[in-house]
Structures are given as structure tokens and as C-alpha cells.
Design a protein around this ligand. Structure first.
Ligand SMILES: Nc1ncnc2c1ncn2[C@@H]1O[C@H](COP(=O)(O)OP(=O)(O)O)[C@@H](O)[C@H]1O
Ligand code: SF4
Ligand SMILES: [Mg+2]
Length: 345
């Protein structure tokens, strides 16, 4: 299904913080994404980068003691402050659904599968006499035999079945946007592939937009229209997947890509060195500075702005420094040659 370019879900200037010793502790800073109808956006980065909290804040579902200090969320034609979680949740309604790592945790342990789906359809206003056939169709769409699975409790399901039932429950709400937070982490490799393929094909069939949080860069390369790379609470690069994978502009993106094997073009793998600074130790400048081979004094003075470099946004001083937007150390044929522009995110 073609992607309609108009954004339907936009997160702008989102900052998320915790309280530590009575003081605010920044966890996510200046997070911006937009999503068009039918678009698949991959959100990647190391553990602790802020992927889950950014998306949870975007739908008003943060854990206790964590809050959105600023930011606005646009959905359904109007914006809502990210800090007003109750108003935000009611504004988003069932238009946006969150699918978590462990499907079983989203299920009510005391209700059989049929009853759980029935409850959602009832909220959605489906007439009682139509609901059973709708449940059968939904379970069938995720490849589960309704007759057999419907009478089970969550603890009687395998990990893959529980994730499929969680998907069914998300789909029963008929959301326009689905946020899937590492939906297959708890599953074995074969089930993971099946569940992801199913998720993507359901999104395509329903023209649903998807934010896919994952560690699997191969999955992103093959299935996401755009990708956002996060490091230490910042989006450091966001744009079309194909061009970012071909010519990354942020040194962190380059390091991530150099650390994974390429089956088409076998090459030496370069492991990612160092670790991300922890919240509270981000410092004043670029949060990648302690790991970056190209760091200089500019980088430490202040957090680099997100600037437009060709078809994407990059949070790094290199494009401005070099004027041609290239990352030193990349193969010449992989370097993008776009002039850097000063930009608004
Ligand atoms: N409930 C919490 N209380 C305090 N800090 C948290 C909490 N949840 C996450 N964090 C911290 O916020 C940062 C971002 O976490 P998270 O969004 O879960 O990362 P990711 O999903 O990218 O692995 C991490 O440093 C993590 O330790
Ligand atoms: S701003 Fe400086 S330290 Fe940060 S990624 Fe770019 S070159 Fe490296
Ligand atoms: Mg996470």
C-alpha cells in the first residue's frame, strides 16, 4: 500500500525525565518523529537509549515517577501536550495501540482468549450477535485456530501464541497507528520471523502505520520505510532507511552498521566500542563524544542541533564542518555528497 505523505502522528520536542534526589534527571531530550499513513518507521539504538520511554511518553503511558517535561503530540487533526497524560490518552483514544515485548503481560490472566477479544469488540460498539464471527476472523488473521485457542487462558498459550493474541487484541481496536516495542524479543528466531512478517502484512492490509522498536537492523533494512537512530536519549539520525543504510551520516549510525554482518558484501566487522553515557552523565555537548573518533572542541561545547543533510536529519557537527556531509572513515562509494543545510527538524 502506498504511503500517504501527510503526517498523521507527530511527536515534537519531547523531553522525558525522572526525579533523582529531588532533581530532574533527563532521560530523553528533544525527541521528534512523524509518521504518515501506512508508513513503517524503525526505531533503533542500544539498550537504554530511550526508545521505549519516548514511545510510552508519546501515548501517555509512562511508568510512575517518570514524566514528559515538555513536548506535544499531534494526532487526529490536533495537538495535545505530552505532559497532560490523561488528556493525551483520552485524545488518542484507541487510535494508537502499544504492543509490548511480552504479549502475555498485555493479557488478563483470568480471562479466556475469546472473552478478552469480545470485551474490546463490545467497547468498540460491535453488536453481540456479530462478535463471535468477528473474533474468529481476527484470530484467523493472526494464524490462530479460534475454536481451539479461544477457550484457553493466557498461561495455556505458548510465547508465540500469546504474542499473536496480544496482536489480535490490538487489531480489535482498529488503531491507525501501532507501536510495537521489541515485539519478538521473548520468542525464538523462527517464531520471531513469522510474527514480524505477520505484523507487517497486517499493517499493509489495514493501511496502518507502524513504529517498530527493534535491535534487528536486518529487519529494519528490509521492512521499514524510514529509520530513527537513538543514542543516549537523542535521535541522532532520522530519514529514509535505504539511504541511511547506504550512506550513514552520523558516526554512531556508521558504528552500528559496521558492527553487523553484510551477507551480500562480506567485510571485516568493527565492534562498537565504549558505552553510552548514563542519564545524569550526559554532559553539555554531544552525547556520543566519548566514543567518537572525530570528536573536537565544538562537539563538547553544546549539544549539536539536528540539521538537514539531504533527505534526512542528523545531530552532528560533521556535515557543517565538511560542507559536503560525509563521515570520515567510510568507503568513498558509500559517502553521500549532499551539501549540508541549516535546518528545522
Ligand atoms: N522506571 C524507570 N525509572 C528510572 N529510569 C528509567 C526507568 N525506565 C527506564 N529508565 C532509564 O531511562 C533510560 C531509557 O530507558 P528505555 O527507554 O527503557 O531504553 P530502551 O528502550 O532504548 O532500551 C535508561 O537509562 C533507563 O535506565
Ligand atoms: S558531534 Fe562531534 S562527537 Fe558528536 S558525533 Fe559528531 S563528530 Fe562525533
Ligand atoms: Mg526498550
Amino acid at each position: 500500500m502506498a504511503v500517504d505523505d501527510r503526517p498523521i502522528f507527530v511527536v515534537k520536542g519531547l523531553c522525558v525525565e525522572a526525579r533523582s534526589d529531588g532533581r530532574p534527571l533527563n532521560l530523553v531530550d528533544d525527541f521528534n518523529i512523524s509518521l504518515s499513513k501506512g508508513e513503517v518507521l524503525g526505531l533503533v539504538g542500544e539498550t537504554g537509549a530511550g526508545k521505549s520511554l519516548s514511545m510510552r511518553a508519546s501515548v501517555g503511558l509512562l511508568p510512575p515517577a517518570i514524566r514528559a517535561a515538555s513536548g506535544s503530540i499531534y494526532f487526529g487533526g490536533r495537538s495535545c501536550s505530552a505532559g497532560e497524560t490523561r488528556a493525551l490518552r483520552s485524545h488518542l483514544g484507541r487510535g494508537i495501540c502499544l504492543l509490548l515485548q511480552n504479549g502475555r503481560s498485555a493479557l488478563n490472566p483470568f480471562m479466556r482468549v475469546h472473552a478478552q477479544i469480545d470485551r474490546i469488540l463490545s467497547y468498540r460498539g460491535h453488536a453481540r450477535q456479530d462478535r463471535r464471527s468477528a473474533i474468529d476472523a481476527l484470530l484467523e488473521s493472526v494464524g490462530l485456530p479460534s475454536q481451539e485457542i479461544g477457550t484457553r487462558y493466557p498461561h495455556e498459550l505458548s510465547g508465540g501464541q500469546a504474542q499473536r493474541v496480544a496482536m489480535t487484541i490490538a487489531l480489535a481496536s482498529e488503531p491507525l497507528v501501532l507501536i510495537a516495542d521489541e515485539p519478538t524479543t521473548a520468542l525464538d528466531v523462527t517464531t520471531e520471523r513469522d510474527v514480524i512478517q505477520l505484523l507487517l502484512s497486517l499493517c499493509r492490509q489495514r493501511d496502518m502505520s507502524l513504529v517498530l522498536i527493534t535491535h534487528n537492523l536486518g529487519l529494519v533494512a528490509n521492512n521499514c520505510d524510514r529509520v530513527a537512530i537513538m543514542h543516549a536519549g537523542h535521535v541522532v539520525e532520522i530519514g529514509p532507511t535505504a539511504s541511511i543504510f547506504k550512506a550513514p551520516q552520523h558516526p554512531y549510525t556508521l558504528s552500528l552498521l559496521q558492527a553487523i554482518p553484510d551477507v551480500d558484501e562480506p567485510r571485516e566487522l568493527i565492534p562498537l566500542t565504549g558505552s553510552s553515557p548514563r542519564p545524569g552523565a550526559f554532559g553539555d555537548g554531544c552525547r556520543f563524544a566519548t566514543r567518537c573518533p572525530h570528536v573536537d572542541t565544538d562537539c563538547k561545547a553544546r549539544v549539536p542541533d539536528l540539521i538537514a543533510v539531504g533527505d534526512r536529519l542528523v545531530r552532528c557537527v560533521i556535515p557543517k564542518r565538511s560542507k559536503v556531509g560525509t563521515v570520515p572513515g567510510m568507503k568513498r562509494e558509500h559517502q553521500a555528497k549532499w551539501p549540508a543545510q541549516s535546518a528545522t527538524p
